[in-house]
Structures are given as structure tokens and as C-alpha cells.
Design a protein around this ligand. Structure first.
Ligand code: ADP
Length: 611
């Protein structure tokens, strides 16, 4: 949904979303919401009693000669209740509330995190879904607690409104006219709300752009390119443009908002409050209490009460608009939480020892693409077999790996493991059958141990981690760190953290394969940052250390394909050649041609190196 369309929900859905928010808070912390709202009811009453009502009582009491003692008793009781109430309130706000709020945040975030682990990868590539997802993540907590805060403010305003209206009605029913006048200003309030909403919608793309510019200045991943050529100046140019766009928007909407607000303020402050003031003074002085006019006490109370009523009515409307806005964002949260992943969980557990994996006539098309990326691919991956998947860039190798991992489901055709469709297995048990290293692997800001295990450590895991690091060739580097495998990677959260070079990080990511004895190993160009000799050695080690496991690896350097039992050549989404390295070389087809060309290149490099 485009931001522009995203203006209003039907009333029923708005109410339902607000109830959803209140229920979420109640589940996270059952009595919190009750105490929170009860305290504002009490505070509303106390405010009314200690401000408006007390003033009237004192002035009228003095006027009519009421005994001082009665007034004093009322003041003392009110004072005592206030002392106890405010002590309890401060304790609640500063001691109980922060704890409860953390709990609510944790509850909401946990649900969102769980869901985000469930949604399929395709969702990340769908901009509409992704926008909703990001909004849900960004706004969930604020909007859910926002409903409670708005309800709280609504309750205290309704109490103030009711108490003050009743009082005015008792004093002189005509006064209600002044109190209700602000409702007539609703048209201007609505127009102002629309203008400021349009402003904030139009600001969104500018904000996004400005945030992007900001990120390019402080994120380390941009630091190198930002220092090359004119990138820095390009970013400053973008920055100036966002500033100009911002100024344009302010010009368009700023004056409109100012005029609309001015009309409301004049209506409220001048017509309502000054009008009521004149009426009350006229009633008290020109008519007088003895002729049915107001007493001096009532006159003073009227001045305060009309202001309070106008103020409350004005904000009551604002509160209702706030509910509408919270509900819009909660809609995104609910959309995300209710999302039914298209990649469905099966019921069976994947066979612990893997078995044969068969890809039968599989085709796949990315959402929004007009042609298939994978076309009628079939092959068998026997138990313990090592397959090299080779082919030029963009031929579909990574896509095939993603299909094998069930990050996507094929558009047609089937993949089976141990004779059963992989769809029949639970996703977690199926994916747990694979150790995978992607080309764009990520290191987490956690210890080396966590980065290798990719799961919470268990007793005795240290040895496993160290052996895995030795196998992958990363231990040389890690053992030189003071804290060894306890070293935190990156310096984002730890001054003593270590940054690894791409090649070192790649070796560390390969250790993940050795630390997790899964039946299948998938390596998507895990060696792109290594030089040809280091890569060949790495693959040799890998083949030795994964003896008995089924391994499929993608590599650009065809020399490593010689280590595989079978080579699959992929071109434009289809497997065009399949066989052992020797068979394909003997065939003299495309693979052989590519192999010769690469060998010549390396030979050329060596000659140049030796010169
Ligand atoms: P390879 O791994 O052989 O380089 P890929 O599987 O990464 O090839 O990509 C194959 C084709 O699919 C490319 O044309 C690429 O642009 C396209 N492609 C890859 N990922 C996506 C995606 N998420 N959405 C749409 N098209 C994609």
C-alpha cells in the first residue's frame, strides 16, 4: 500500500486494532494496564476537586458565611489523599512502569522476531511487503503503547469534561453553549490535521533519502567508496537537494497549517473563553446573585471551567485522530503477524542421515520476473557425492542453492530427499540437514565461538570450535588474539573486538561447516576472497574433512572442480553438461573450453609473475 493511500481505516478496523493493542499489553503485563488507567481516573477527579471545585467552595463559602472549619476539613482530607496518591503515582511511574514497559517491548518484539524468522525470503524482495515489515518493526512498540497512552488521556479528559460541564450546567445551563463552541471549529481542525498528515506523508521520501545520505557518512561499509573520486561531493549534492525539497514542502503546507491553527486559536481563546468571561461577569455584576444571576464564586469557577471544557473538547478530537493513526500502523503489525508464510512447514522430520537428493524437472521464476531463472533442471545428488556447480555469472547457480535450501519453492517440478518430497519435512529439520556458506556470508557482532557455532554453545563445544577453525585454516589468526575464541568480532560493541579481513572472515565462515556435522554441505563461492592456491588448498581440506558427507560447491575457478565426483555446468538456468571432470574434458564441450581458457589465464599470470 502506498503511503498516500494509507490515510484511513474503516471505523470497525480502527477499533479492532486498538483492542488488539490493549490485549497485547494485557497479555504482556496483566495488571499494568489496569493500574495505568485507574491512576488517570483518580488523577482526573483529584484535579477537578483540588482546582475547580475547591475554589468554588472557598469563594462561595466565604460569600455565604459558611464555617471555616468545614472548608478546612475538606482541604485537609483532599491534601492527605493527594499526598498518598502522588507518592504512589511517582513510585508507579519511576519504579514499576519502566520495568513493565520493557516487558511489553520484549513481548511485542519477540513475536515480531519469531515471525520474521518464518517469512520466506521472497518477502524481502517484495517492496510492498518489505515496507510494511520495516514499519511494523519500527513502530510496533510505540503505536501499541500509544493506544494505551491515548486512552489514558481520553479518560482523564472525559472526566474533566463531565465534571466541569455538570458544574457549569448547575451554575447556568447557557454556559454550555460556550463550552460546546469549540466543536464548531471541527472543520478547521480536520483541515489542519489533513494538511499536517499530507506534509508528513510527503516528508517520508525526503526523510528516507536524508537518512540514506547520513548512513553513507557513518557506516563503515561505505567508508572506502566515500573517499574515492567525487562520491563525497555527490552525497553533499543529494543532501542539498533534500534540503531544497524540504523547504518546498514547508512553503506548500506551512502557511496552510498556520492559518488553520490561527482560526482555531482565535475561536478558542477569544470567542469561547473571553465570551464566557463577559457573560459570567455580566451575570454576576449586572444581574447579581440575589436576582438569579451568578455568585462571585460561580463567576470565578466559570472562567476556569469554560477554558477546561474547550481545551478538553479540542484534545478529545485530537485523541480520536490519534487512535486512527495508531490503528494505521498497528494494521501493518497485524498484517505482518498474521502473514501466512507461503513456504509451508511439513510434519515429518528430515532423515537424520540425509540420503539421496533428487531434483526432478525443477523450474523457478522470481516474483515480478518475466522469465524463468531455473528451467527444467534435473539431477541426482547421491549420498556422500561431491558436486561442483559451475557456470558464468547470472546462470542461476545461487538460485538453485536457494531452492535446495527451501528458501524458495520451485514454480514447477519437485525436489526429494531420501525418496520423499522435501515439502513433507518440517522446515527447521530440513534446513538443519545443511551446513551452508554463502558468498555474501555475514559475521555477527558476537564471539568467534558464536560465529562458528551459529547456535547457543553447549558444554564441550570449545574443542569442536577450535578443531573447526583449524580445519578451515582460520585458527592461525584466531589463536593470536588475546581472548582466542572468546574474542568479539567487530568493534561495534567492544573496544577490544577484532575486525577480520575478508579472506580471514571467509575462512571463519567455512569453519561453520566443520563445526556442524550435517549430512549435506552447500558452499556458494566460499572462496572468492582467497588466491587460487589458497582456494585449491581450502577445497582439498574441505574434501578431506567432509569425507562421507554430501557436498555441493559453486566455484568460479574450475581447477577446484577437478576435486568433485561430478560437475554440473549451468548455462542460462539449465544444466547443459553433467559428468566427471575427465568425462567433460574428453567431451570437449563448453566446460572443456572454459577450463582451457582459465588455465591459459593462470599460466599467463604465472609467466608475468615470474618475469
Ligand atoms: P549465479 O549464482 O549463477 O550468478 P543467480 O542465481 O544469482 O546466478 O542469478 C540468476 C538470475 O536470477 C540473474 O539474472 C539474477 O539477476 C536473477 N535474480 C537473482 N536473484 C533475484 C531476485 N531475488 N529477484 C529477481 N531476480 C533475481
Amino acid at each position: 500500500m502506498d503511503e498516500k493511500e494509507k490515510k484511513k481505516l474503516p471505523l470497525g478496523r480502527t477499533v479492532s486494532n486498538c483492542i488488539f493493542a490493549l490485549k497485547a499489553i494485557r497479555i504482556a503485563s496483566p495488571i499494568y494496564i489496569f493500574v495505568y488507567l485507574a491512576s488517570s481516573v483518580l488523577m482526573g477527579f483529584l484535579d477537578f476537586l483540588s482546582e475547580t471545585y475547591l475554589l468554588r467552595r472557598i469563594v462561595n463559602g466565604l460569600d455565604s458565611g459558611e464555617k471555616m472549619k468545614n472548608i478546612l476539613i475538606f482541604v485537609v482530607i483532599l491534601g492527605a489523599v493527594s499526598i498518598v496518591f502522588y507518592a504512589a503515582l511517582e513510585w508507579f511511574w519511576h519504579v514499576v512502569s519502566p520495568r513493565k514497559q520493557r516487558r511489553i517491548t520484549a513481548y511485542i518484539e519477540k513475536q515480531l522476531y519469531r515471525k520474521s524468522a518464518e517469512v520466506e525470503l521472497a518477502c524481502y524482495e517484495n517492496p510492498e511487503f518489505y515496507d510494511k515489515y520495516v514499519r511494523a518493526m519500527d513502530e510496533a512498540y510505540n503505536r501499541i503503547t500509544g493506544v494505551m497512552e491515548t486512552l489514558d488521556s481520553l479518560i482523564s479528559r472525559i472526566i474533566a469534561l463531565t465534571a466541569n460541564s455538570m458544574l457549569l450546567f448547575i451554575i447556568d445551563p447557557w454556559l454550555i453553549v460556550f463550552g460546546l463552541f469549540p466543536l464548531l471549529l471541527g472543520f478547521f481542525r480536520k483541515a489542519e490535521y489533513k494538511a499536517s498528515h499530507d506534509l508528513s506523508v510527503s516528508m517520508k521520501p525526503i526523510d528516507r533519502r536524508a537518512n540514506y545520505t547520513k548512513r553513507t557518512f557513518y557506516l563503515s561499509e561505505y567508508a572506502k567508496e566515500m573517499r574515492i573520486g567525487g562520491m563525497y561531493r555527490n552525497m553533499l549534492r543529494d543532501f542539498r537537494q533534500t534540503f531544497e525539497d524540504y523547504k518546498g514542502l514547508m512553503k506548500k503546507y506551512g502557511v496552510k497549517c498556520a492559518v488553520l491553527r490561527y482560526i482555531q486559536n482565535v475561536g478558542l481563546e477569544v470567542v469561547t473563553i473571553l465570551g464566557a468571561m463577559l457573560y459570567a461577569v455580566w451575570s454576576a455584576l449586572a444581574i447579581g446573585a440575589e436576582n438569579g444571576g451568578m455568585s462571585v464564586g460561580d463567576c470565578i469557577v466559570v472562567l476556569g471551567s469554560v477554558g477546561t471544557i474547550s481545551y478538553c473538547l479540542n484534545y478529545l478530537v485530537q485523541n480520536l485522530a490519534d487512535f486512527g493513526e495508531h490503528a494505521l500502523f498497528i494494521e501493518d503489525v497485524r498484517f505482518f503477524l498474521d502473514y501466512n508464510p507461503k513456504i509451508k512447514d511439513g510434519e515429518k522430520s528430515a532423515p537424520a542421515d540425509g540420503g539421496e537428493l533428487v531434483v526432478s524437472d525443477v523450474s523457478f521464476r522470481y516474483d515480478g520476473s518475466d522469465k524463468d531463472t531455473i528451467k527444467n533442471v534435473s539431477f541426482t545428488w547421491k549420498k556422500g557425492e561431491r558436486i561442483a556447480l559451475v557456470g558464468s555469472n547470472g546462470s542461476g547457480k545461487t538460485t538453485l542453492v536457494k531452492l535446495l535450501l527451501r528458501l524458495y519453492d520451485p514454480s514447477s517440478g519437485e525436489i526429494t530427499m531420501g525418496g520423499e518430497s522435501i515439502k513433507s519435512f518440517s522446515l527447521s529439520s530440513y534446513r538443519d540437514s545443511f551446513s551452508t556458506v554463502f558468498q555474501d556470508f555475514k559475521m555477527f557482532s558476537m564471539s568467534v565461538r558464536d560465529n562458528v557455532l551459529l547456535r547457543p554453545p553447549r558444554e564441550g563445544d570449545d574443542e569442536l570450535v577450535i578443531n573447526a577453525l583449524k580445519e578451515s585454516g582460520a585458527y592461525d589468526k584466531i589463536s593470536r588474539f588475546e581472548k582466542g575464541i572468546d574474542t568479539v568480532l567487530t568493534r561495534e560493541f567492544d573496544d577490544k573486538g577484532e575486525n577480520l579481513s575478508v579472506g580471514e572472515a571467509q575462512k571463519l565462515s567455512l569453519a561453520r561447516v566443520f563445526a556442524d556435522p550435517t549430512p549435506f554441505v552447500l558452499l556458494d563461492e566460499p572462496s572468492s576472497a582467497l588466491d587460487p592456491i589458497a582456494e585449491y588448498t581450502m577445497f582439498e581440506n574441505m574434501m578431506r574433512a567432509t569425507e562421507g558427507r554430501s557436498v555441493l560447491f559453486i566455484s568460479h575457478r574450475l581447477s577446484s572442480a577437478t576435486l568433485a565426483d561430478k560437475v554440473l555446468l549451468m548455462e542460462d538456468g539449465t544444466i547443459t553438461e553433467c559428468g566427471t571432470h575427465a568425462e567433460l574434458m574428453a567431451k570437449g564441450g563448453r566446460y572443456a573450453e572454459m577450463f582451457h581458457r582459465q588455465a591459459e589465464n593462470y599460466l599467463g599470470e604465472e609467466v608475468t609473475d615470474n618475469e
